[in-house]
Design a protein around this ligand. Structure first.
Ligand code: SAM
Length: 238
């Protein structure tokens, strides 16, 4: 079989997409009105979600940015997506951009008293080192394949403040149904399933959907941004 020919696409340096960014910001401001301790898994260039949290956190907050900043596409991703291949070639640029942009924020917002920690590590080896109940806010946007999302969610549940905390993330385009869960179980190594080629009007990340279905059953979701709130040890939708 000949290799599929894929047209190159421009990789976005800010991946807090236009249809999600404003609602992520609004959600964050509704959820928190004082200083918090936050964790972001998946920072990329530090120009997307990271800027939203930095620009909306209250003085006295701390944010830990965890990203492997290494190639992470699976063989399957590399076969089906030029975007994954191109992202893999940009991981060191992404790391350097984050350093520069964090420094810029610190210089520009010298009064803000926001502490920023940068951790270059695979989340699956780093998160187990952290203590439970550490974070009020956890945003998950790392590797979207099943095993990695599952691991990020298991640790997020352990790490979140059980009195009041929010776990949220990117790329849940559609809520889990029995049919989609079954389909996702056959695509654990796939980043993105384009269902438009099967004449369906949606596409989605099967690993994100399956891991969320297993860990939470369901969550709240708007335009692909998903969240769940922990109150007094109970996970609830709002
Ligand atoms: C979709 S991008 C994040 C986009 C970013 N949140 C934004 O709004 O622009 C995914 C990021 O996850 C990182 N990543 C992939 N696998 C990871 C892993 N196992 N541990 C930590 N980070 C990972 C990649 O290096 C990449 O920077």
């Amino acid at each position: 079989m000949p290799e599929p020919k894929l047209a190159p696409r421009q990789v976005a340096l800010n991946q807090a997409w236009k249809h999600r960014g404003p609602l992520m910001e609004e959600f964050f401001n509704r959820a928190f009105n004082g200083p918090i301790t936050a964790l972001e898994i998946g920072t990329w260039f530090g120009l997307g979600s990271t800027q939203i949290w930095l620009n909306n956190m209250k003085p006295g907050s701390t944010i830990m940015l965890v990203d492997a900043w290494k190639p992470y596409a699976s063989k399957l991703d590399l076969k089906s997506s030029v975007l994954s291949r191109d992202m893999d070639t940009m991981s060191t640029d992404a790391y350097l951009s984050t350093l520069v942009n964090v420094r810029k924020f610190e210089n520009d917002q010298i009064e803000s008293d926001i502490k920023i920690q940068i951790v270059r590590s695979d989340s699956s080896t780093f998160l187990p080192l952290l203590s439970e109940n550490t974070f009020d806010f956890i945003y998950i946007d790392g590797d979207h394949k099943y095993n990695k999302v599952k691991n990020d969610l298991i640790h997020a549940k352990r790490l979140i403040n059980k009195e009041y905390g929010v776990i949220c993330g990117d790329d849940l385009e559609i809520l889990p149904t029995d049919e989609l869960i079954k389909l996702s179980e056959n695509h654990k190594e796939t980043d993105f399933l384009n269902m438009k080629s099967k004449n369906l009007d949606y596409s989605f990340h099967p690993g994100v959907l399956l891991a969320i279905a297993e860990e939470f059953g369901t969550v709240s979701m708007l335009n692909g941004f998903w969240w769940i709130v922990c109150r007094k040890n109970e996970f609830c939708l709002s």
